[in-house]
Structure formats: structure tokens, C-alpha cells
Design a protein around this ligand. Structure first.
Ligand SMILES: Cc1ncc(COP(=O)(O)O)c(C=O)c1O
Length: 380
């Protein structure tokens, strides 16, 4: 479909259902399908791990939004990551990973994939020379980046890193969870695979856990599809349906997330109780120019250092009322957390350990004056 983003979000993969005209794709809550004869499954559906119409609708929509030929939906973001790694890597291979990344992604590399025989090197993904230096020629199969990174909001230049990875015969994988396809389209910039925790902005309502892969190349997409079935970490029909319901409003939600985050970043920047503010929309952010080049806007995630150190950071999180103290991000409601003790506790003692005075905000779409008032009281 050659349509705009919001049109695709509402219609791609979501034609009215053929039999009844249902405008919304039904939840095909079934594990199996009656076959017309041995070896003749109706419309190709035989078992829901292998294929399910509700998941297919989501997968088609995800592919359309990221601009790739194949989209695949998984049980969680980490399930998508694991399936991708075990499709494109083998024991003995090497990957370059960000030196700032979601703690669970780091744990997957450090505690699971490494034991399986996959070596990894953390590198600063905002510095293409550092990524180039971390590559082991002939052995590195994947350069993995998040941009913006979780939780330090670092920015990687996707087009430059695609060239760096491809020169070395490696794939560039971009975790696009923080930006969402509305704000950033990695495949158009040269990425080979886009990863999502659809739990976040794509679902958008904090009511479902899921993950996605979108491949830039049809053959790689089919290999991933094979592994999705062979490994089995699929997205269930109801979860796919909830995610599709969320996806329809992704564009309008993202614009409001950005509006609110821009106001809040400006308020925090220079506040006496706040140290450095990490938001790629601030001109002082070291990745601002690259972000402006490759993102439509700068997103709803903000991190900042508490002026009073770690205890102050913890107090801010505990005092917040409207900002709910919780892990995760990307929902309509604002969340606050202490990455060092919450989402990134699994990176403690590693090169990915985060500063103790860091507070992370997932800015929701509530009335911004209410959010500002809550932060003012929480900062103390
Ligand atoms: C950037 C990023 N990637 C991947 C994940 C993992 O996704 P999930 O929690 O859906 O497994 C997360 C979760 O917080 C994340 O923030």
C-alpha cells in the first residue's frame, strides 16, 4: 500500500474480514484449524504456532510501518532478539553490542548467548570509530545498536553504522523501541533488521507484552519466519489483537509524547535540583544533530541526573505521584524509575552499569501542566 504512516497504521493488514465484514480483525483464538483433506489446510493455516490470522494482520502492519517485506511478531522483545540471534549467528561468531542498552538485552548476550558460544564486545554506538574498532573481521556477524539508547539516550548514526557493518560483511540490527517507526525508519537508512519491544510505544497502553522483527531483505525475512516457527516464541492471538488496537493511534500518540517531553526537558534543563538532562531534542545533547537528521522528532523518553546524587534520585522516584513508579515505558501514562536499581539492575558491575544518580522518565500523554507540577514536588 502506497499510503501515509497513519493510514498504514490503521489499514495495513487490516482489511474488513471477508465473511462478515468485521471492520476489526477478529481474534482467532484457536490453536488448530480443520483441514479439508489430508495435506490440504484451508488458506494455509494448520497450527497457530506456524500461522494465525490475527498475528498475520499485526505482522503485515509492522512490515508496512517499518518499510520491510517481512514482519514477525513474538512473545516479547527478548523473544524476538533471541530468535534473531540464533537465526543469523552460530557458536564461534562475534557481535558488537551497545555500551548502553536495555539491561535485559545485555543479559541475553552476557548470560545466555555467550554460554552458547557467541562472543560480544560492547562499544559506544554514538562513535562509529569505536564500533569499527570493535569489529573482528570475518568473525563479527552483527552490529547491534539501540538508538536512542536505553537509558542514557545516546544516538547512533544509522546510515554511517550500516556502512561500517556492511564493509565488514556484518548485519546492522537496530532496536527501534525508543523511537517507534513513526519517528525513525532504520531500514530506509540501511539497517538489515529492526527489533522492537512492542510492549512499549507500538502497543502503547501498558497492557500487553510483545516483540517484533522486521527484515529489510525477503530471504532473511523467510529465514527468520522459519525460526519463529521452529523456536516457537510467537505472539498469541489476543496479544496480537491488543497490539494492533494500539498501533492504530501510534502517530497521534507519538506526537503528544514528543510535545510533552519537549516541555519537560526544557523545564528540567537548568533546574537547580537537576544535573545533566539527557534528551536528544536539546541542542546541547551530543547526538542532537544526528537525531535531527534521522528522526522526525525526539521521542518521549528523558533521563536526568539528580543534583543530590543517588539518594536524591531514589527520593524523586518515591515522591512522584502522577508519574507512576514502574518499569517499562511507552504507554499513555507517565512512568518514572531508577534504572540502576530497576530496569538495569542486571547490568550492575558490567561495562553497561548506569550511574546511580540517574532517573528515567517515560513521558505520557497526560496534560503537561499536571506532569510539570508533579515533577516540581518530586524534585523536592
Ligand atoms: C530498548 C528495549 N529493547 C528490548 C526490550 C525487551 O523487550 P520485552 O520487555 O518486551 O522483552 C526492552 C524492554 O524494556 C527495551 O527497552
Amino acid at each position: 500500500m502506497n499510503h501515509g504512516f497513519e493510514t498504514l497504521a490503521i489499514h495495513a493488514g487490516q482489511d474488513p474480514e471477508a465473511r462478515t465484514g468485521a471492520v476489526i480483525p477478529p481474534i482467532y483464538q484457536t490453536s488448530t484449524y480443520a483441514q479439508d483433506a489430508v495435506g490440504a489446510p484451508r488458506l494455509g493455516y494448520e497450527y497457530s504456532r506456524s500461522g494465525n490470522p490475527t498475528r498475520d494482520a499485526l505482522q503485515e502492519c509492522l512490515a508496512a510501518l517499518e518499510g520491510g517485506p517481512v514482519g514477525l511478531a513474538f512473545a516479547s522483545g527478548l523473544a524476538a532478539e533471541d530468535t534473531l540471534l540464533r537465526t543469523v549467528c552460530a557458536p564461534g561468531d562475534h557481535v558488537v553490542i551497545p555500551d548502553d542498552a536495555y539491561g535485559g538485552t545485555y543479559r541475553l548476550f552476557a548470560k545466555v548467548a555467550e554460554r552458547w558460544g557467541l562472543a560480544y564486545t560492547p562499544a559506544k554506538v554514538s562513535d562509529p570509530d569505536a564500533v569499527r574498532a570493535a569489529i573482528r573481521p570475518g568473525v563479527t556477524k552483527v552490529v547491534w545498536v539501540e538508538t536512542p539508547t536505553n537509558p542514557l539516550l545516546g544516538i547512533a548514526d544509522i546510515a554511517t553504522l550500516a556502512a561500517v557493518a556492511h564493509d565488514a560483511g556484518a548485519l546492522l540490527v537496530v532496536d527501534n523501541t525508543f523511537a517507534s517507526p513513526y519517528l525513525q525508519q532504520p531500514i530506509a537508512l540501511g539497517a538489515d533488521v529492526v527489533v522492537h519491544s512492542t510492549t512499549k510505544y507500538i502497543g502503547g497502553h501498558s497492557d500487553v507484552v510483545g516483540g517484533a522483527l522486521v527484515a529489510a531483505d525477503a530471504a532473511l525475512g523467510e529465514q527468520l519466519r522459519y525460526h519463529q516457527n521452529a523456536m516457537g516464541a510467537v505472539n498469541g492471538p489476543f496479544d496480537a489483537w491488543l497490539t494492533l488496537r494500539g498501533i492504530k493511534t501510534l502517530g497521534v500518540r507519538m506526537d503528544r509524547h514528543c510535545d510533552n517531553a519537549e516541555r519537560i526537558a526544557a523545564y528540567l534543563d537548568g533546574h537547580a535540583k537537576v544535573g545533566q538532562v539527557l534528551y536528544p531534542g536539546l541542542p546541547s545533547h551530543p547526538g542532537h544533530e544526528v537525531a535531527a537528521k534521522q528522526m522526525r522528532r525526539f521521542g518521549g523518553m528523558i533521563s536526568f541526573r539528580a543534583a543530590g546524587g543517588e539518594d536524591h534520585a531514589v527520593e524523586i522516584c518515591n515522591r512522584a505521584k502522577l508519574f507512576v513508579l514502574a518499569e517499562s515505558l511507552g504507554g499513555v501514562e507517565s512512568l518514572i524509575e531508577h534504572p540502576g536499581r530497576m530496569t538495569h539492575a542486571s547490568a550492575a558491575g558490567s561495562p553497561l552499569e548506569v550511574p546511580g544518580d540517574l532517573v528515567r522518565l517515560s513521558v505520557g500523554i497526560e496534560t503537561v501542566e499536571d506532569l510539570l507540577a508533579d515533577l516540581e514536588q518530586a524534585l523536592g
